[in-house]
Design a protein around this ligand. Structure first.
Ligand code: SF4
Length: 549
């Protein structure tokens, strides 16, 4: 098939904070040096920010570096007065910790909506002359003839029906070529997975591990006591997950009587019956939270994974012709529950490296490898080094968690063992720990939502007549070993109700998929115990349409 080719100096894949900051920084540096550089960003979401979801408390240090006049330029900030409270929750009560570790202090940070923030960064990038193509999904990395140097990506064909045949509106994907390609696809990117396998960028690293967050923006009554409370930021642990499952809740105050509320669940959990969405509903029903959101209304819901492995899971950062930034490269600081600032800084350091490499006409791994040196010499490394065993400590059970955290606190992150081992999330389910998830039933369509109403409020849409983007290589395994051992955990860990196990006439089971509900969170590919789900990009423009989460 004839495919159009477009050539750029630099191609950024994914319009999250890392790549947007990288593209802006690159353009600014080039302007300062009087150089021309053609930069392109592609984004699978319908618009910039449509697939961006995070807590999100922003440490502005990278933003200040990138754009000291960010306020004058209209940066969308929700709240600047951050006063923290950390609470341990029991099923019916709470205990406020008298002392919160320094890593959880948020003075000087801002609460933002990541989708709005990314949309704003997109406008700044466009003003600087960056070519931005939303609605274009990168589906395949392109290599030189030797198959070693990345030379760009192919975008997905549009207008293909369920059977893979072209429809009347068929448009072939385009080959976008870049002297350097920057992969900033967020957690568990589908291109970095393939590039990683081919070029071995994860070899010798501990496995990348993840957490899934379900999050809502809720409008609460103007008279809600929370708006007059001493806190603008709440973090919780304990109920509903208990101390044997990693994770916790958050509630942040936003503008206009809105709060950002979410629960994060570590995907190394062992109980096949656990359902992160149900845990989120239980969290909302806890008296501390229920009192704050009473008479409120959910405005938007979403779900996403975050790359929580940290320093020891960071892949090789450069190969011939390509760099890896942000969550794709494990830059999130799980100890501070923040990754936007590190993602942005990584994009900026990538930009500095690229400008030199393109100027020299040498985009080999050796030259682009200067990016790793820059990361190692920056505050990213200092932050991630201090947190290098933190996620592993949280994965400990019960009281061992606190003893390990205490040891790390007094030893600057070292603790008893360094490095602490990390277990692949797909391998942690244990059949013997199955505890059927009790469903929260009293959905009211307004504040307590069932999954499908949540999907609706995420704005998720996909072209229905297209090939299924969730590949299941062995469908038989789903109804045999997976059902028999774990009772089909995909039907529970997916927050979009994409997977259902149905029984057909004659009692035969079948896994039914509704891929149009997919929130692109990637939980299924990460947590499937048989590695039998492969997430690929659906037609560009499909997926959630976040605007305030
Ligand atoms: Fe997330 Fe997978 Fe469900 Fe899509 S199908 S919402 S990626 S768990």
């Amino acid at each position: 098939m004839e495919r159009e080719q477009l050539e750029f100096d630099v191609l950024f894949v994914g319009a999250g904070p890392a790549n947007l900051a990288g593209a802006i920084h690159l353009k600014k540096l080039a302007q300062q040096q009087g150089r021309e550089i053609e930069v392109c960003i592609i984004e699978k979401g319908e618009s910039i920010g449509a697939h961006s979801l995070s807590g999100a408390v922003l440490d502005p240090k990278a933003l200040i570096d990138l754009m000291p006049d960010f306020r004058e330029k209209g940066c969308p900030i929700e709240e600047t007065d951050l006063r923290d409270g950390v609470f341990y929750l029991t099923a019916t009560g709470q205990l406020r910790l008298p002392y919160a570790p320094p890593s959880m202090h948020n003075e000087g940070c801002f609460i933002i909506s990541l989708s709005r923030f990314c949309a704003w960064l997109g406008t700044i990038a466009e003003e600087l002359g960056v070519n931005i193509f939303p609605g274009f999904a990168g589906v395949e990395a392109l290599y030189d003839e030797a198959g070693r140097r990345v030379i760009g990506v192919r975008t997905g064909d549009k207008g293909v029906n369920k059977d893979g045949k072209p429809k009347s509106n068929f448009e072939p994907g385009v080959d976008l070529l870049g002297k350097v390609t920057v992969f900033g696809e967020g957690p568990k990117g589908s291109l970095i997975r393939e590039v990683g396998k081919k070029l071995g960028i994860f070899a010798g690293r501990m496995p990348q591990v993840f957490e899934t967050a379900v999050k809502e923006v809720i409008e609460i009554p103007a008279a809600s006591p929370f708006l007059a409370s001493p806190f603008t930021v709440l973090h919780t642990f304990g109920y509903p997950l208990g101390l044997n499952t990693k994770g916790g809740g958050f509630l942040y105050r936003m503008k206009e009587n809105r709060v950002s509320l979410g629960l994060v669940v570590g995907l190394d959990y062992e109980d096949p019956g656990l359902e992160p969405y149900q845990e989120f509903l239980r969290f909302k029903k806890h008296p501390l939270i229920a009192d704050i959101i009473r008479h409120g209304k959910v405005l938007q819901q979403g779900a996403k994974t975050l790359a929580a492995g940290g320093l020891y899971t960071m892949p090789q950062l450069a190969v011939d012709g390509a760099l890896f930034v942000g969550d794709s490269a494990s830059m999130l600081n799980v100890q501070r529950l923040k990754g936007i600032h590190t993602a942005m800084k990584s994009g900026m350091l990538a930009a500095e490296t690229i400008l030199t490499a393109v100027g020299k006409g040498d985009v080999s791994a050796a030259t682009l490898g200067d990016y790793r040196v820059k990361v190692e010499g920056s505050w990213i490394r200092n932050e991630l080094y201090a947190a290098r065993n933190f996620g592993q400590a949280l994965s400990q059970k019960g009281i061992a968690k606190f003893i390990t955290l205490g040891a790390q606190f007094v030893t600057g992150g070292r603790g008893f063992v360094d490095p602490m081992n990390i277990t692949d999330d797909a391998s942690t389910l244990q059949a013997g720990r199955f505890r059927p998830s009790t469903q929260v039933q009293d959905h009211d369509g307004k504040l307590y939502l069932d999954k499908l109403t949540g999907v609706y409020l995420s704005g998720t849409k996909h072209e229905e007549d297209q090939p299924c983007h969730l590949l299941i290589p062995d469908k038989e395994l789903c109804v045999t070993r997976c059902w028999e051992t774990f009772r089909s955990p995909c039907t529970r860990f997916c927050p979009g109700q994409v997977y259902e196990m149905i029984q057909e006439e004659g009692g035969r089971r079948r896994l039914k998929l509704t891929p149009s509900n997919c929130l692109h969170c990637k939980t299924c590919e990460i947590k499937d115990p048989f590695n039998n789900i492969i997430w690929t990009c659906p037609e560009g423009g499909g997926g959630p349409n976040y605007s305030i989460v």
